[in-house]
Ligand binder design. Sequence first.
Ligand SMILES: [Zn+2]
Length: 381
Amino acid sequence: MRRLITLILLFILNSPLSSSHIISKLSSKLNLGNNNNNIINSNLNLSPYAHQQDQSLHGRPLVDPLNPFVTATAHTQPPGSTPTSTPANGNPPSQPQQPILLPLPSLKFPKWLTDFTGLTEWPGMDPPYIPLDFINFNNIPPHIPIHQQGQCSGLNNGDLSQCSFDCFNCVSFDDVYTCPKLSQTFDDGPSPYTLKLLDNLKTKSTFFTLGVQIIRYPEIYRKTVEKGHIMGSHTWSHKFLPGLSNEQIIAQLEWSIWAMNATNGHLPKWFRPPYGGIDNRIRSIIRQFGMQAVLWDFDTFDWKLLDATNYNHKPQDIYSNLNQFKINNGGKGLILEHDAVINTVDIGIEINHKILQNEIQFTVPQCVGGIDYIKKFEGMK
Ligand SMILES: [Zn+2]
């Protein structure tokens, strides 16, 4: 009988319905939906590169997040640009590698998720929208146009109620984009290369993870948590959210949260939008999940190291830019890095050991005095 009650309790605690109500309660306590406190942050201290580059390059992933084993050649052209046929050094462009078959999802699809969704396996790149009772579509502003990455002509820079970060560097009152201690963050994992990072990091970091990667590498996700790092959401499959419908955005968020919950029994508080793609439509949805957006004020552009069209971006450039930023910004800031491939993992270790040696780093919740997770379900790993 006792065991039966325990089982029932565990089911309730871990059912999405229960999670929904918890989030719903939390959301209502957060006094969300105030869009009048946005700031146009024209002085946001992006890296020196940010002022020279198309702003749509914010946080571009360095590889196809669904296939971290394929080089970035085919994926890193800015929107609308003409692919370079001959690189600057005169050598013929390297051929994109043939895709390697990805590992299948190894995370078991939990029964509570079957009960809630009617499905029996994890979705692909375009996860199905599952209605949630705590999402109120009336709280989603209808006047912000859907736009693709880099296509900002339909948006108004002066309209604070839109507040697009990917187009105009606009940050809202509850966006986290800097930190009292210069701190590293890592996107696009977990990946097999995350393990090297975990073995070498001397400080605690924040990892913004993709659902499709979590279900392939749940053990690496759990090991990251065990090492004391904080896990945030980076969507299910790395879509540019301002280009999606409200339902598609919700699907990207809910499936990512379910993957995190199924792997380690927790609900994320911190969310980083892929490509920095966020405006007040996206914010109104992530707030209803109880999450908060995390951006950055120093972009390493580490993904460019694998981009055949960016031969001039060398690791040394990243280190010297970061050193300069550290001096100019008084040792404060939030650094954007990636852990999907070995090259950027090595950069991350070098930054940790050399540039930020002897420095205290903060996790995102430490940066702002916030909570690590909305909810942790102990004993359900
Ligand atoms: Zn990313």
